[in-house]
Design a protein around this ligand. Structure first.
Ligand code: DHE
Length: 556
């Protein structure tokens, strides 16, 4: 039962309609290049005439609103290829109209929605008929110039100075103000607000849980020391001009102890991974992802790093390389003699996480409507299967179904549906990697979450178009799947996005993404609101959030 096909750029449309900053749109709403926008080599002097000032303005708008979907080099990923080879086949008037009005396939009508002026859509039409300016490379020497060690390791506390349990701590993104908040989940008290990169995309915990690492859309990484009385940034480095992912080294075994040893950043531009010292963020090594597509073996100059997850059983990072459709298992045991397994998977890879055993990496190839399964023990591709229109699991959700055994699930960008599929090839091979249940939500969503101690699975409807749907959550009962979802409103402002459980697995923390943001804490058993954090000056556009214990142990 499919609902109407919608492209991922709805992601942008609906959120923008709510007056919020979204990935394809920066906090300044276009215009001059934002602080995070990559400086670029001047464009070849071909295509329609543009003044230098107009060109710079268009470049900023492209970084803000277009690059996430069409790619820095405009070769296409979630959105189509808009290099001059294609755009010059169309008249400027036609291009301008498309940018102004959007397309039925899902591209936002930037002008129609009042998000670009008529002049700006004219500018963008010209801009995309000119060759894409190529942003600069970031080699190790350049990255090193951005490295700051605020608190040397020897000057950091050896145990928590606040006497609290850091496993209870949450890290919250405060997206539009380039900050992060640390909250004690037990007492619900704010511990600190720290400066981070521009529009931080994710937090990850170091493998001991002591540090939170954040990665900004601008590639800036911050390490936050949770032992400090007031958790503070102890190191910073800018690894690339555009990034979305970061993870850590989690392995401790015969090959060595890598706990808190490394962090690794996944860049969009330059297309590369950057390995950092886990204590100081000193940049150590760059691994380029430029290579050939998994199927046609054609060279791709911009294979962006999407999700990265760290193996618990081997010294490996599992890396989804978006444009080439490869999953790389990168062994960090010997960085000078780097070993890697390159697994052909599917294009275009996006987000994903572990199954409950942490053996299988389940990652969305959302433009193919598929989930891909990689066996990190055998280091092999297992299968890919269709779930619905553009699966978007975040890191996914794992639980044990009373009828089918261990399952995993995703929500979808293109339709309001939770797809639940078997995830136990050993115990229940007949159900493995097959969709077993589908449950309707209130509309397209971004994230799904559960906890082993909970009987509930929570899904958001963040990009639903129906009035009010994006203010609701939808909850499934694990032992009564056939009943479908229970969807209810949790806010009258903003958008509901992303869930995280507390350490005990009895509270669900929800962000209300709004300029005057809120944090809602629900009792997971009763589904009743237990606590609200609101009307705080610092609480601006909260989006993703992570509990230390659950993040260290990959509990989701
Ligand atoms: Fe995300 C995860 C990329 C838009 C909030 N997002 C990810 C990951 C990738 C990614 C590759 C996986 C990281 C990992 O696990 O290592 N996101 C992108 C995009 O390319 C996209 C579509 C457009 C863009 O230009 O950024 C995009 N993402 C968004 C948003 O609009 C969201 C809602 C708010 C924002 O800040 O832009 C958003 N993305 C998130 C969050 C996660 C995420 C909260 C982490 C989920 C988790 O549970 O770990």
């Amino acid at each position: 039962m499919r609902k109407a096909f919608q492209l991922v750029s709805l992601f942008a449309v609906v959120i923008i309609a709510a007056g919020l900053t979204v990935s394809c749109k920066g906090k300044d709403g276009g215009g001059a290049a934002p602080a995070g926008a990559p400086a670029a080599a001047p464009a070849a002097d071909s295509g329609p005439a543009m003044s230098d000032a107009d060109f710079e303005k268009a470049k900023g708008i492209y970084f803000d609103r277009c690059g996430g979907c069409h790619g820095t080099l405009r070769k296409g990923a979630t959105g189509p290829d808009i290099t001059p080879a294609n755009t010059t086949k169309k008249t400027l008037e036609k291009l301008e109209k498309t940018i102004f009005d959007g397309t039925p396939a899902g591209m936002p009508g930037w002008g129609r929605q009042g998000l670009m002026t008529k002049e700006e859509t004219t500018l963008m039409a010209k801009y995309i008929q000119k060759p894409a300016p190529i942003p600069p490379e970031m080699g190790l020497a350049k990255i090193k110039t951005t490295h700051k060690l605020m608190v040397p390791v020897a000057q950091r506390p050896s145990s928590p100075e606040h006497g609290r349990d850091i496993n209870e701590f949450f890290g919250f993104i405060l997206r539009d103000v380039g900050k992060g908040a640390i909250i004690d989940g037990k007492t619900k008290e704010l511990m600190s607000v720290v400066d981070t990169g521009f529009a931080v995309h994710i937090f990850r915990s170091s493998s001991s849980g002591r540090y939170f690492y954040t990665v900004g859309r601008d590639g800036k990484v911050n390490a936050i020391d949770l032992f400090a009385k007031t958790p503070n940034v102890v190191a910073e480095v800018k690894t690339c001009t555009e990034a979305r992912s970061i993870d850590v080294s989690k392995y401790n075994g015969p090959k060595g102890n890598f706990v808190d040893k490394y962090a690794v950043v996944g860049c969009y531009w330059p297309p590369q991974m950057v390995v950092l010292d886990g204590q100081t963020l000193e940049p150590l090594k760059i691994i380029s992802t430029r290579s050939h597509t998994y199927d046609e073996n054609e060279y791709h100059p911009e294979p962006r790093v999407a999700a990265i997850i760290a193996s618990h059983y081997d010294s490996e990072w599992v890396v989804a390389v978006k444009e080439t459709g490869m999953v790389w298992l990168v062994d960090y045991a010997d960085l000078n003699n780097l070993k890697m397994t390159q697994i052909a998977a599917e294009r275009f890879l996006h987000d994903g996480g572990w199954d409950a055993t942490k053996r299988y990496f389940l990652v969305a190839a959302n433009m193919k409507d598929q989930m891909v399964v990689v066996d990190t023990k055998e280091k092999k591709f297992v299968t890919k299967f269709e779930t619905g229109t553009k699966p978007h699991p975040g890191r996914g959700a794992n639980w044990v179904d009373p009828k089918y055994g261990p399952v995993n699930a995703t929500v979808h960008l293109g339709e309001g549906k939770i797809a639940v599929y078997g995830a136990d090839p050993k115990g229940n091979p007949q159900h493995a990697w097959k969709v077993l249940y589908e449950a309707e939500t209130e509309g397209p969503g971004l994230f799904i979450k559960t906890h082993p101690k909970s009987n509930h699975v929570w899904a958001d409807n963040t990009i639903a178009k129906t009035e009010g749907a994006n203010k609701k959550v939808c909850v499934l009962k694990k032992d009564k799947m056939e009943e479908g979802t229970n969807c209810f409103q949790v806010t009258d402002v903003g958008l509901v996005v992303h869930f995280e459980y507390n350490k005990a697995g009895d509270e669900v923390w929800i962000s209300v993404w709004d300029k005057k943001g809120k944090i809602l804490v629900y009792d997971d058993k009763t589904l009743k609101l237990k606590h609200t954090i609101e009307n705080q000056d610092w609480l601006v556009t909260p989006t993703g959030k992570w509990n230390v214990y659950n993040t260290v142990h990959d509990i989701y």
